[in-house]
Design a protein around this ligand. Structure first.
Ligand code: WTA
Length: 660
């Protein structure tokens, strides 16, 4: 992959932010960017201390900026105290902005509700008091399994208000996945809804929580709080289950924030790694919030009258940083959308941008690619039918954006006028790391360009040595930063091994490959270097899917790889050995379908393999190691040109090359 990117890079046009974009931006022009970079280089701790003092409201000011004594378990602003919900809500209300709209909520069916900062504070306080009435206290873990809703954001803010650590689980995950996360976090409470509405359909949530808890091993859970979204029929188990509306009804509309230490865990968010079960990425309070807020100001150049819309789900990190926390921390107005981009038709995003006059729009390359396809096949949903001139800045996240999609986005959505910020970051980094700045950085489609000030990114070899520009290698971050992952919940050893391997002498290992342009030094991400797949911007471990497959009684062995896909970036491709002869024809299709459904049940629909191929065996070395390189070639439908001399059973390749 790296070989192709260099020449492609050179053929690509460079796009410059307009002088208007430069003039109005907070970081205005490359000199302003370089000045901040130089400040961070000159006085690293002073730089971060200044920003933390300027941008956050502290209950007790910090005196120490960075404590590296326990590296890589870094501590930032450790002796300071603050509260995230106070920073996101109270301070704006206290500044007289209680009447300003915080959230414009658009439901699946198009109904619009507006919630002001004053109202959101009241709802958060009531919710927080309700949590307290159930005995939830500082440090307890609360699992949130909610639809996109004001209540979902409020639930997160309410946890933050009382110092409870939330762990949001995406509503598309199965009962089994939900159970694993509840169990690992040792949650005392689950907050959910009766059902969620997506694309005109009602999908179960409470029933899945019941199923998850029924699987056992969740004895720590005392209560389930249920938000009534659809009014659909759900089972209720008294006294465990409680309706949210009944619970908050009698609560006081004020709740003093719990002042917590800067390092207090704000949330856990489970994500996939290359081995084992999903890991609970633990984030801090102060460092995380600082970056959520600052990146809103820097990357999105958010202005007081802007309407910001991030289309992510609160179940992913993007929805945490750029829906639940960042926009509120800087007192912005944001759209929260319940539905899907293709309902009632594939013009939904464009219609919403038009109706609400969205100024800053942030979405995933997969969504853009699928909407390009829709616009090409159905002229009625082409963006030219909509008035999109309110837009000022566009953003993408989650996966590499191919230059063709970038150019379409720039032309058809941005009208050739709006800078595109291609933001590279991860669940572990808390916020943006590498991205163009809308009023400064010349853009090259497909490149996330340069690191933000204070972020020391580099491309190195396996021994941690810097590589010359133009040579592909491993992406690392050389210095800690405030919003970084603190640990893997309950497994500090795994944290150290995964992100700070000894051979990289103290650099953070991102898990992505990258290459820097030989002339500009711009970074281009070349994809994961581990066994993590990125399907439609969703992260999945190949091992997780393999474990799900082998948990089916007819499966003896399975290997999962990714193959490139025009629409979803990558597609899951599984090679399966059954405990019975290789099936063919109709039977093979049936078994493949059954296995897909099984993976859906074990993990969630997003993990269902696109292709399933059956064989008598898998390609293995004499020592029994599966040769995934070969499987990746087969998955692409290409002929094997690699050296197969170490393969014990070469004949198997021919069998696996046949597609079912
Ligand atoms: C990939 C999502 C290329 C990358 C915020 C990373 C990207 C993983 C980009 C993290 C981008 C994210 N260009 N690749 N702009 N943004 N990625 O934890 O492989 O769900 O390691 O966080 O997505 O996914 P995660």
């Amino acid at each position: 992959m790296t070989e192709q990117l260099v020449p492609e890079h050179h053929e690509l046009k460079t796009y410059y932010p307009s002088s208007e974009a430069v003039q109005r931006a907070r970081i205005s022009g490359m000199d302003a960017y370089r000045k901040l970079v130089a400040e961070a280089e000159g006085d690293f701790e002073g730089f971060w201390a200044r920003l933390a003092r300027e941008h956050l409201a502290w209950n007790k000011p910090f005196t120490q900026t960075l404590d590296a004594s326990g590296a890589p378990f870094y501590k930032w602003f450790a002796d300071g105290k603050l509260n995230v919900s106070y920073n996101c809500l109270d301070r704006h209300v206290e500044a007289g902005k209680g009447g300003k709209t915080a959230i414009v909520f658009e439901a699946d069916d198009g109904t619009v509700t507006r919630v002001s900062y004053g109202e959101l504070l009241e709802r958060t306080a009531k919710f927080a008091n309700a949590l307290k009435s159930l005995g939830v206290k500082k440090g307890d873990r609360v699992v949130i399994y909610m639809p996109m809703s004001v209540e979902g954001v409020t639930a997160m803010q309410a946890c933050a208000r009382i110092g409870a650590t939330h762990s949001v689980v995406f509503g598309g995950f199965s009962a089994q996945s939900l159970r694993d996360r509840i169990q690992d976090a040792g949650a005392v409470l689950v907050i959910t809804a009766d059902e969620q509405r997506r694309g005109g359909k009602a999908l179960p949530l409470k029933a899945i929580v019941d199923e998850a808890l029924g699987l056992g091993g969740c004895d720590t859970v005392r209560n389930v709080v249920v938000y009534r979204r659809t009014g659909g029929d759900v089972a209720f188990h008294a006294p465990r289950d409680l309706w949210l509306h009944e619970l908050v009804a009698g609560q006081s509309a004020t709740c003093a924030p719990e002042w917590v230490e800067a390092e207090h865990p704000l949330f856990l968010l489970y994500t996939s790694g290359s081995t084992g079960k999903p890991k609970g990425v633990q984030h801090s309070t102060a460092g995380y919030l600082l970056w959520a807020q600052l990146t809103m100001l820097w990357t999105f150049d958010i202005q007081p009258d802007d309407l910001f819309w991030c289309t992510a789900d609160i179940g992913w990190v993007t929805g945490h940083t750029y829906i639940a926390y960042g926009p509120l921390a800087c007192g912005a107005t944001e759209v929260v959308f319940e539905g899907v981009p293709t309902f009632p038709d594939a013009g939904r995003f464009w219609k919403m941008i038009q109706d609400h006059k969205v100024n800053v729009f942030y979405t995933a390359p997969t969504a853009i690619r699928s909407l390009i396809k829709a616009a090409e096949t159905n002229a009625a949903v082409h963006p030219r039918n909509y008035k999109l001139d309110s837009l000022r800045i566009l953003g993408t996240v989650g996966e590499p954006i191919n230059p063709a999609a970038w150019e379409w986005y720039y032309e058809h959505i941005g009208g050739g006028r709006c800078p595109i910020v291609d933001t590279w970051w991860q669940t572990e980094t808390g916020g943006h790391m590498l991205t163009p700045l809308p009023g400064a950085t010349p853009m090259v489609p497909g490149s996330c360009t340069l690191p933000l000030p204070g972020i020391f990114a580099e491309v190195v070899d396996e021994a941690g040595h810097d590589l010359p520009w133009g040579t592909g290698g491993i992406l690392v971050i050389k210095k800690p930063w405030p919003a970084m992952i603190r640990t893997i919940y309950g497994d500090p050893g795994r944290f150290k091994k995964s992100y700070y391997p000894e051979e990289l002498h103290g650099y953070y290992l991102a898990g992505d490959g990258a290459i820097r342009d030989p002339h500009t030094g711009y970074f281009t991400i070349t994809g994961r270097i581990d066994d993590v797949l990125n399907v439609s911007g969703h992260r999945m471990g190949t091992m997780e899917i393999e474990s799900a497959l082998v948990s089916h009684p007819i499966v003896a062995e399975a290997a999962v790889v990714g193959r490139p896909d025009d629409l979803t970036g990558e597609a899951v491709c599984a090679f399966v050995v059954l405990k019975r002869p290789v099936p063919t024809g109709e039977e093979a299709l049936q078994i493949a379908q059954e296995l897909r459904n099984h993976v859906g049940k074990e993990i969630g629909a997003i993990a269902k393999p696109r292709d399933i191929r059956f064989g008598d065996n898998l390609p293995k070395t004499r020592s029994g190691k599966i040769m995934r390189r070969l499987l990746r070639t087969l998955a692409k439908g290409e002929a094997i040109t690699q050296d197969t001399s170490t393969l014990e059973n070469p004949a198997i390749l021919e069998q696996l090359a046949r597609t079912h």
